[in-house]
Design a protein around this ligand. Structure first.
Ligand SMILES: [Ca+2]
Ligand SMILES: [Ca+2]
Length: 112
């Protein structure tokens, strides 16, 4: 008995956001005068990677707030989306700069 090898390779870049798995049917056929064959089913899972950025609905926001507004006044809610599948699509927020006095806060979960 001889072992023969058949290697399956990708021919394109796969995207888990487009398709998460593939079912292939592979035939193994001998070279007899009357060839005989059998088949095997192959399930290929496309493992998701974090390859999409979280994108906010707008690149820049221009909200305004009245002077003398009480602390806790809502200024803006940022809305974002991420094309990745869970958990790489979960988004959290933080203020990275422009707030040295600590006058503003953002809810890390809601973007408020
Ligand atoms: Ca992502
Ligand atoms: Ca992904």
């Amino acid at each position: 008995m001889e072992i023969h090898i058949g290697i399956i390779k990708t021919l394109a870049v796969l995207d888990a956001e487009t398709k998460t798995h593939y079912w292939l049917t592979v035939f193994a056929q001998d070279r007899g005068v009357i060839p005989l064959f059998s088949s095997v089913e192959i399930y290929i899972e496309v493992v998701n990677e974090n390859d999409n950025l979280p994108l906010s609905e707008q690149p820049v926001y221009y909200p305004s707030v009245l002077e003398d507004s009480p602390a806790g006044t809502r200024v803006l809610q940022i809305r974002s989306s991420d094309r990745d599948r869970d958990p790489n699509q979960r988004i959290s927020y933080r203020i990275a700069s422009g707030n040295p006095e600590g006058f503003f806060a953002i809810d890390s979960q809601t973007g408020n």
